[in-house]
Design a protein around this ligand. Structure first.
Ligand code: UD1
Length: 418
């Protein structure tokens, strides 16, 4: 396992370009299975999770050509309809490929997905929706086999606005017979991005970005070329990196509208933020103030930003209260930050943080993707040296985070593991 070694205390300053969105790229890459044709994708981040998704696409028979500028996928020659277990376990979002395979071939075999250690991550909502679409599901030795003769549009009311389940239903029903209506659908910008791409491919979908999405099945989809939206969680991470170091940073290729609650909370904590359509500029006070955070589905405060702003609040003046409403196990990072001097108490889904003036460098271990990012941020602000271990988690979701931080003036070095 590799580590980042960080010498804290540098105020970040300068401009940083935000990469393409990880969470939009994954379903969009999966969607390239549906057209049985060519797809050109721009702005896909070169990170572990997109690499794994492309590896699975190659395994099932897609031809994939990757350059620094674009990824070309040709899905005409798919021969396999199963996703290998060892790749499925590497990341949870591989489950999205099931929806696309079922949508095109009316069959898919996969196992329960892996992913971050942030709580139970069931797929019951995905499977229940597949059943409602007329898909027959058999489970055997941990494998899930989905098959049907045809997919018939129906009404699906989600018990919770799950991002993955909403995406899977869309992917499985774009080529269905008749109309599918999703109520209590997720409204995240990544869903809107996926739908924009599918519409460019010829899909008939409306209501994306609202709680009711309607998908009118079409017979065929066509070639497409699409540019993925910027990563709103990476944008939020760099805003918090500036905030925790008392820095001044401008984000290029970032959409403020996608992270309104993050911007508001940072302003409430004492940061000055200026926004343009595609850029965000932050200037942080030397010491920030405590705030209260509650994670919610979009447009609420994103759970993926919880641990990252948590690192900022650990050094803010006063008592901050964080309520995590989406994943039950997302406070593990706090026990690592505690090694650096953070003071907190956890009661179920609530963390009460008493801000300390200074953190001290220490050896900490990434617990998951966003937890790892929060430790990097803590290291940037800490006195002395911090070693963040297990950064493989971080590399799953951030493109060149060390290089981007170095460019802003941070002292961060990669120490490769065995
Ligand atoms: C996606 C994002 C992840 C983000 C999350 C919530 C990707 C690749 N990942 O994950 O970064 O943190 O949205 O914004 O886009 N649930 C069930 N049954 C299901 C599905 C979900 O009970 O079948 C529960 C989950 O346990 C969780 C909640 O619903 O408590 C939200 O999960 P969901 O929105 O599905 O998250 P993901 O799509 O996995």
């Amino acid at each position: 396992m590799s580590s980042y070694i960080i010498k804290g205390g540098k105020r970040l300053n300068g401009e940083v370009k935000i990469s393409g969105s990880k969470n939009a790229s994954l379903p969009i890459i999966a969607a390239s299975i549906l057209n049985g044709s060519k797809t050109k994708l721009y702005n896909i981040p070169d990170i572990h999770d997109t690499q794994i998704t492309l590896k699975i696409l190659k395994y099932i028979g897609c031809r994939v050509k990757k350059t620094s500028e674009k990824i070309e996928i040709d899905s005409r020659y798919i021969t396999k309809k199963e996703i290998p277990e060892h790749l499925m376990r590497e990341m949870r979002s591989t489950v999205i490929l099931a929806g696309a395979l079922i949508g095109r071939f009316k069959e898919a075999t996969f196992s329960y997905p892996g992913g971050c250690d942030i709580g139970a991550r069931p797929i019951d909502l995905h499977l229940k929706a597949f059943k409602k679409l007329g898909i027959n599901i058999e489970e055997e030795y941990g494998l899930i086999r989905c098959k049907c003769d045809k997919i018939t549009g129906t009404n699906i009311d989600l018990d919770f606005p799950s991002v993955g389940a909403t995406e899977n239903i869309i992917l499985a029903s774009v080529l269905a017979q008749g109309k599918t209506t999703i109520t209590n659908a997720a409204k995240e910008p990544e869903i809107v991005d996926l739908v924009q791409m599918l519409k460019k491919m010829g899909a008939k979908i409306s209501g994306e970005g609202t709680a009711q999405i309607e998908i009118e099945g079409v017979q065929k989809l066509k070639e497409v070329s699409y540019r993925v939206m910027p990563d709103r969680i990476e944008a939020g991470t760099f805003l918090c990196a500036a905030a925790i170091t008392g820095g001044k940073v401008k984000l290029i290729n970032a959409i403020p509208e996608h992270i309104v609650p993050v911007i508001s909370k940072l302003e409430e904590a004492g940061c000055k933020i200026k926004t343009d359509e595609n850029s965000i500029e932050i200037e942080a006070a030397k010491r920030l103030k405590a705030v209260e955070i509650k994670t919610m589905p979009y447009p609420g405060f994103p759970t993926d930003m919880q641990s990252i702003i948590g690192a900022v609040l650990v050094t803010a003046k006063g008592t901050s209260i964080i309520t995590e409403n989406i994943f039950e196990n997302r406070f593990k990072y706090l026990s690592e930050l505690n090694r650096m001097g953070a003071k907190y108490k956890q009661e179920g889904s609530v963390a009460i943080i008493t801000g300390v003036k200074k953190l001290l460098g220490a050896k900490v271990k990434s617990t998951d993707l966003r937890g790892g990012a929060s430790m990097i941020l803590a290291g940037l602000a800490a006195r002395g040296e911090t070693q963040v271990e297990n950064i493989e988690y971080v590399l799953r979701g951030y493109e060149n985070i060390d290089k981007k931080l170095s460019k802003l003036g941070a002292e961060i070095k990669l120490k490769e593991g065995d």
